[in-house]
Design a binder for this molecule. Sequence first.
Ligand code: COI
Length: 356
Amino acid sequence: MDLSILNDLKLTKVAVSKIDTFDFENVKFGEKFTDHMLICEYKNGEWGPVEIKPYAPITLDPSARVFHYGQAIFEGMKAYKDENDDVWMFRPDQNFERFNKSAVRLAMPVIDETRFIGGLRELLKVEKAWVRKGLGNSLYIRPFMIATESGVIASPSNEFIFCILLSPAKSYYSGKIKVQIADYYSRAANGGIGAAKASGNYSAQFYPTKLAQEAGFNQVIWTDSTHTHLEESGTMNVFFRINNTLYTAPTSDRILDGVTRKSLIALGEHLGYDIKIEPVQVDTIVNAAKNGTLKEIFGAGTAAVVNQIEGFAYKDDYYQLPDVSDKDSYALQLKEALTKLQNKLSDDPFNWTTKL
Ligand code: COI
């Protein structure tokens, strides 16, 4: 990392912090942000200086490409505080790499590690007090990049803004959720942008997810274009437990290479689970639900952490999953192992946590 890039970092602090009146206990995911944000502009073929300044609106030309063609990507990552008040980032290298993969796929410029991870470190140093300790607490980190060049010509922008926001967070869902398996709408296609963390991947899901919610479900589990294989849910990768084997779909052009997903696979293997990364057929899961061998389904993502699924609908039928005790639940065992590691309440044999 070439730290000299940060020599001209500009830091402007707020006159009065919002922290004293902030309700950390009741904050909803992603609704409120800390005092400062990081911003950096790309113009004339290069990234400019990094600026940390008070959280405030960004002014853009109404014809900026992001408004018309959705040239936008983002990441989701988290920071934690340990018992000694030290702040730790969880696998920031993975988000940095994926951000640049998304950038390439969306014809956007890649960003260097110094501005992304080095800049984030500087922002976190300013906002350290916003990271709360204790299991279940974290500071959600939202880096994003948008196309800012004006003009409605349908071609990639030559100007961009990279920005990082911080938001105190508990988990995304507050309990078990019900899902619907997609049998008509699709989230992604071969050769498409499904594997990128592109903003459009999420807006494309809003309408079918709204229909699912109107029918009483929280989320959709997306299937491939033939609607025969289970892929991922809107905010999470998905795991299926049949008897004592855990299945999850391999990543592909259509599936996000989730950092929580790959961390759970490694943790599960470490705990001695039998884990199979292979295409998961809808029929296999429906039959396993019918014959009682389907024990658990759960989602995994940075925002959601590990979220248990209580049942799923497929076409006209609903399948309720059996009650597995908390002690015997793979979802909860993995959640505990992951969150303890992230909060520095257990060892980190993988060296995933990085101290600020
Ligand atoms: C995350 O888990 O960080 C995500 O990006 C999901 C998001 C849509 C809340």
